[in-house]
Structures are given as structure tokens and as C-alpha cells.
Design a protein around this ligand. Structure first.
Ligand SMILES: [Fe+2]
Ligand SMILES: [Fe+2]
Length: 326
């Protein structure tokens, strides 16, 4: 009885395995058949599409790319449910910038005295003044009267001191459990303002690969050098920046002269500049350079003031910081 049962079980399993193998063979043959059909269809499609316009063949991929981008956007906006409330300009139109908000914008004070100069009085002042004058020589040789390029490159340097000074004061405030008197904010505001100058200039001048390389090198050297100078002598560091800003006022005045003479085309102002400085919609490059020059004059005052406080043997926090000074 047991042998009969065992034989029938064995027979069933042989039949089943035979069926399975047959089914597998069928699947493989179907798959091979389908694959060959697919390959042939694909070849036909490719030969016909090669004759067609490239734009029609790219259209689905472009659409897919755009859909992917939209999906990514949605992912970014939905992360942790954080979303930005609708921000508008004064005229009700939608605010287009994420990098700054309407409350960061301002109307430049153009009545500032552009000719002010701090006469070097002592060794530190003279050292700072001569250092800046020395730094101007390679700048003049390299850029000559290419003021667009010159301004763009110099703004990459100008945005460093405020950040270094602000960062060091921030760390000092933490170490000493002391208020900064608003100076951290004032110096970081300066760095941000200089960075906005750069963001404006790159809309007008596209940096070349060797200029980007130069920025990398100069930033590496200047950041570290300024960091050490600020640690050793903040009064020297602020005086150097004060003189650098005097040079910046001079450079932008020359820039304006070239716009007025027609040597540089007075193109329309970039949209970012119109919103940041609350300029009229038909503003031009001349208007932009005029407000940037006024900013540099304000930075000149802030830094000479900071240096003077140190010269009086006081700390910055003892004098009111010029927060929001434009
Ligand atoms: Fe600047
Ligand atoms: Fe500046």
C-alpha cells in the first residue's frame, strides 16, 4: 500500500515538474519573442525618428524633466510642512526673491559726503593707508578701466571683512557673556550689503574661468590675512577697511564717468537691483552704480568710526553701533 502511494506521489511530482519546465520554456520563448519584437520595433522607431526633427524627439524628455523638476519643487516646499506665506511688493505684485525680503530693502541716502577722507595721523593709520595704496597697484594693472569686471572682482573681497569682524565679535560675546552693542549686526549687515553688490554685478558681467580662479586664490589669502589682523589689532583692521572703502568710492566715481562719456553702455538696471534699492522700474546702470557708491561711503564711515573707538582705548560695544546705516 505504501509502495503504491509512494509511486503515485513520485509520478505526480514528475508530471508537475514536467509541466513547470514546459511552462518555463514557454515563458522563455514568449519573452525572447517579445524582446525580438520590441527590438525590431525600437529599431524601426529609431530609424524613423532619426529622420524627424530633433525637437519632436526631445519633447517628451523635456516634459518629463520639467515634471521631475516640479515634483522636486513640491518636495522642497512640503518638507516638514514649512511653507512661505505670500509676500508682495507695495504695488501688490508677487515678491520674486528668496535671497532677500521687502523689509531688507531701502532707499539709499545719496546726500552722503563722498569726498571725506581720514588723514593718517599715526603709525597704524599710515600703515593701513600705504597697504591699501599698495594693493591698488596690481588692481589697476590687471583691470585698468574695465570697471564692470573690476567692481565684480573687488566685491568678492569687500564682503569678507564684515563677516570676519562680525564672526569674531560674535565669538567674543559668547566667551565673555557680554552684549556686543549691536556691532555684530552692523558688521554682518555690511557683509550682506557687499554681497548684494556682487549679486548685482554678476547680472551685468559674467566672470570668466580665470577670474573665478583668481577669486578663489584671493579669498583664501585675504580671509586668513584679515582674520589674523582683526585678532591682533581690530583698530588696524577697521582702518584698512575704511581706506579700502575710500578707494571703492573713487573706483565707482570713475565707473560713473565712463558711463557718462559713453565708454560704458548705460544699460537697464538688473531686476534684483531695482527691488533691493527700491529704484524706479526704468532705472539704469548709472542709477545702480550711484547707489552702490553711496553704500561704500557709508561703509567707509562705519569702519573709520570703529577704528576711532579702538584708538580711544574703548571697545566697540561701548559706542552705539550704526545698525541700519545706509
Ligand atoms: Fe561694495
Ligand atoms: Fe563697501
Amino acid at each position: 500500500m505504501n509502495r503504491i502511494l509512494a509511486n503515485s506521489t513520485l509520478r505526480r511530482s514528475v508530471i508537475n515538474s514536467g509541466r513547470t519546465m514546459a511552462a518555463e520554456k514557454l515563458l522563455v520563448s514568449v519573452s525572447v519573442h517579445d524582446f525580438e519584437n520590441f527590438t525590431m520595433r525600437r529599431r524601426r522607431m529609431m530609424s524613423s525618428s532619426s529622420a524627424a526633427e530633433p525637437t519632436t524627439s526631445k519633447a517628451p524628455s523635456v516634459k518629463a524633466h520639467e515634471e521631475k523638476k516640479e515634483e522636486k519643487k513640491k518636495e522642497v516646499f512640503s518638507y516638514w510642512g514649512i511653507s512661505r506665506s505670500k509676500i508682495t511688493r507695495e504695488d501688490g505684485t508677487e515678491w520674486p526673491w528668496n535671497c532677500f525680503m521687502p523689509w531688507d530693502t531701502y532707499q539709499s541716502n545719496l546726500s552722503i559726503d563722498l569726498s571725506k577722507h581720514h588723514v593718517p595721523k599715526n603709525f597704524t593709520d599710515k600703515f593701513a593707508y600705504r597697504t591699501v595704496k599698495l594693493l591698488r597697484i596690481p588692481t589697476d594693472v590687471f583691470f585698468q578701466r574695465r570697471y564692470g569686471c573690476r567692481a565684480m572682482m573687488l566685491e568678492t573681497v569687500a564682503a569678507v571683512p564684515g563677516m570676519v569682524g562680525g564672526m569674531l565679535l560674535h565669538l567674543r560675546s559668547l566667551r565673555k557673556f557680554q552684549q556686543s552693542g549691536g556691532w555684530i549686526k552692523a558688521l554682518l549687515e555690511e557683509a550682506e550689503n557687499e554681497r548684494m553688490h556682487l549679486m548685482t554685478m554678476v547680472e551685468l558681467v559674467k566672470p570668466k574661468w580665470y577670474e573665478r580662479l583668481l577669486v578663489l586664490t584671493v579669498q583664501g589669502v585675504f580671509f586668513n590675512a584679515f582674520f589674523v589682523i582683526y585678532m591682533v589689532s581690530p583698530k588696524l583692521a577697521h582702518r584698512i577697511v575704511g581706506y579700502l572703502e575710500e578707494e571703492a568710492v573713487h573706483s565707482y566715481t570713475e565707473f560713473l564717468k565712463d558711463i557718462e562719456s559713453g565708454a560704458i553702455e548705460n544699460v537697464a538696471a538688473p531686476a534684483i537691483a531695482i527691488d533691493y534699492w527700491r529704484l524706479p522700474k526704468d532705472a539704469t546702470l548709472k542709477d545702480v552704480i550711484t547707489v552702490i557708491r553711496a553704500d561704500e561711503a557709508h561703509h567707509r564711515d562705519v569702519n573709520h568710526f570703529a577704528s576711532d573707538i579702538h584708538f580711544q582705548g574703548k571697545e566697540l560695544r561701548e559706542a552705539p553701533a550704526p545698525v541700519g546705516y545706509h
